[in-house]
Design a protein around this ligand. Structure first.
Ligand code: GCO
Ligand code: MN
Ligand code: MN
Length: 412
């Protein structure tokens, strides 16, 4: 192939996207509670060893592009849209008004707001640092975000306490740091109880998000399970207002089965918000788009969520790779991520309806007949043939994933 001239490259990408086919319409995409984060679309490709590869994109462009694609909801950090020096000033209100206008114009809704308590130098020792002034500032930031949430019509506030931990051992007393962190959350919930009255709205759902490593060497609340324990530790004044925002990759990163982590959150009644992406076990937070690494696992995750009636948001918390251009972020990255999610979600419905899977599952639950309930050999043998169904179930789910269940075969 000859070199492709620069001015023909977008057309090529568009043509190959059309050749992929099978995309959903914006109307179809809007039926799902899918949210696009400001920071995901605006991510410029930078990292510790990576210079940016994309140009900055403002919230107006992000929201308009989401609207066109059919992403019905938008989420943001406070400082994604308001420069730190403008927070708490009239300039903040101007930005919030500008956001409200573009949301109104496009019909996109703000579903979630979150506070950046990890990037700015003020959080070098984390949001629950020893210095009372830092802690007071962090608490004020959380309360301010809750207010912005009410002003923008959000239902959820997320807290990723990324820098709650330490690099140097012995420098931080863990119980004290956790107590201080709880104080900030208590302040946010208290502020919400007042603000929700003032704005005549329901209180927000306050959701904690864990990540096992990064940016600190040691993290005090590294998993969703740790956060469940923290919610019920007695440190929170309003544990009923606080739930979880697990992130698929964050659970995978520490070696968990994300589906099991979600199941534990479901049982605790705390699965309120879900960050969706993909990646690899025991690696850093690569934030790859949903379904590109573990589609089979993702299918199983969505079977669990569908069968338990999860109706919360699916937040596309991934980072378009630095090989994707600014144009590609909205032409390829977001529409394909959304479409893979919808495909997997609908497929999960097929799994739940599948007659082979239904019968196999029912048979396993029925078990084999046993006459002597203390006879270990009889009990073992009564179930022996049935247990082969585990592997058959795995095969059937694979068939559904690759579309073989409707007797489609891949011939050579
Ligand atoms: C990560 C985190 C963040 C949080 C966000 C919300 O991948 O590092 O998931 O993206 O979700 O900061 O508070
Ligand atoms: Mn996340
Ligand atoms: Mn992540």
């Amino acid at each position: 192939m000859k070199p492709i001239p620069k001015n023909e490259q977008r057309a090529l990408v568009d043509r190959l996207m059309r050749a992929c086919g099978a995309s959903y319409t914006p109307e179809q995409r809007r039926k799902y509670f899918i949210s696009g984060p400001q920071w995901a679309a605006a991510y410029e490709g930078q990292a510790l060893f990576h210079a940016p590869t994309r140009k900055p994109v403002g919230f107006e462009d992000v929201i308009r592009n989401y609207a066109e694609i059919g992403i019905g909801y938008w989420s943001t950090h406070d400082t994604d849209v308001i420069p730190p020096d403008a927070l708490f000033t009239p300039e903040q209100d101007v930005v919030v008004e500008r956001i409200s206008r573009v949301l109104r114009e496009t019909g996109v809704k703000c579903s979630m707001v979150t506070t950046e308590t990890f990037f700015h130098a003020v959080f070098a020792a984390g949001p629950a640092a020893e210095s009372p002034a830092v802690r007071e500032y962090a608490a004020a930031r959380l309360c301010n975000t809750v207010k912005i949430g009410h002003q923008l019509g959000a239902q959820f506030a997320v807290y990723w306490p990324g820098s709650l931990g330490y690099q140097i051992q012995g420098a931080v007393e863990e119980t004290q740091t956790l107590r201080w962190y709880a104080e900030a959350l208590n302040a946010a919930c208290q502020a919400d109880l007042e603000l929700s009255k003032q704005y005549n709205r329901a209180v927000l759902k306050h959701c904690l998000e864990a990540k096992p490593f990064e940016p600190q060497a040691e993290i005090l609340l590294p998993t969703s399970d740790a956060m469940l324990a923290f919610i019920h530790s007695g440190l929170l004044q309003h544990p009923e207002m606080v739930g979880l925002n697990p992130e698929y990759l964050h659970e995978l990163m520490w070696g968990a089965a994300p589906r099991a982590a979600l199941a534990r959150a479901l049982l605790a009644g705390k699965l309120w918000h879900f960050d969706i992406n993909d990646g690899y076990r025991l690696k850093h937070d690569v934030d790859i788009a949903v379904g590109l690494v573990n589609p089979l696992d993702w299918l199983n995750v969505l079977v669990l969520l569908r069968s338990h009636g999860y109706h919360g948001p699916f937040n596309l918390d991934y980072k378009p790779p630095r090989t994707t251009s600014n144009y590609g972020v909205f032409a390829v990255s977001f529409p394909t991520a959304v479409d893979r999610f919808i495909t997997l979600w609908e497929m999960a419905g097929e799994v739940l309806e599948d007659s082979v899977l239904k019968e196999a599952t029912e048979a396993l639950k029925a078990g084999g007949p046993v006459s002597d309930p203390k006879n270990v050999r009889e009990i073992t043998e009564a179930n022996q043939e049935l247990l082969t169904l585990h592997e058959l179930i795995g095969h059937r789910i694979f068939q559904i994933l690759v579309g073989m269940h409707k007797d489609r075969r891949y011939f050579v």
